[in-house]
Design a protein around this ligand. Structure first.
Ligand SMILES: C[S@@+](CC[C@H](N)C(=O)[O-])C[C@H]1O[C@@H](n2cnc3c(N)ncnc32)[C@H](O)[C@@H]1O
Length: 199
């Protein structure tokens, strides 16, 4: 089994450590990159994906304060996802990992992303799926927003995104049957719900 296949299967069935998560996210981002790509990492936290890009990478977060002692954030721009301080058409690619569910005005965040993307630009969201949110809720003791693919797709549509696609967490999901299994796994087994849209 190739390294990529192993990586994405890990992402589907298990909780990932930091290194596995990095290659999982890189795997999904890599095919969306274009030459001279300008990339925005929305809710970047420690900006662990910064070195994955050889072109322009901007890490944005609502705060630049450290998570805790010895666990700093690495932020270029401090701002809210629902009020992005960039001109229209500033980025080719926006991605966000495990951050969208924390942003209170989700519809506005998506509209802002749409505004600052170049025509044809792409938004790729990795949000926690239902299973992960339920586990987090138990740990944190309060309700967390959570979408399934169809709900998130509707939100993307409201923000004028086109060509909205659910991204399989399993690389080799080609047939309808494989897609169905993969969809079920990504909703109920793995960690992620991954969705992409174009301006
Ligand atoms: C769970 S961390 C994920 C960080 C990073 N994306 C990663 O994968 O390591 C979520 C991040 O989203 C940021 N965040 C929460 N609400 C936000 C908002 N409204 N606008 C921008 N960033 C926000 C938090 O400050 C936090 O750094």
């Amino acid at each position: 089994m190739g390294r990529n296949t192993r990586t994405v299967i890990q992402g589907c069935v298990t909780r990932m450590n930091k290194k596995e998560r990095l290659s999982f996210v890189e795997y999904h981002l890599k095919e969306l990159l274009v030459p001279e790509c300008r990339v925005l990492d929305l809710g970047c936290g420690t900006a662990q994906y910064r070195d994955s890009f050889k072109w322009i990478y901007v890490g944005l977060d609502i705060t630049s304060l450290p998570y805790s002692d010895g666990f700093p954030r690495d932020v270029n721009v401090v701002a809210s996802g629902s009020k992005l301080p960039f001109a229209e058409g500033s980025f080719n690619l926006i991605f966000s990992v495990a951050a969208f569910y924390q942003m209170p005005d989700s519809e506005m965040v998506l509209k802002e992303c749409h505004r600052i993307l170049k025509p044809g630009g792409q938004l790729l969201l990795f949000d926690y799926n239902r299973r992960t949110q339920r586990l987090l809720e138990k740990k944190e003791g309060h309700r967390l927003p959570c979408w399934n693919y169809w709900q998130l797709k509707r939100l993307f549509q409201k923000a004028y995104f086109k060509n909205i696609q659910w991204r399989s967490a399993v690389a080799a999901s080609r047939t309808l049957f494989q897609q169905a299994i993969s969809y079920w796994m990504s909703e109920w087994r793995g960690q992620w719900l991954i969705i992409k849209g174009n301006k």
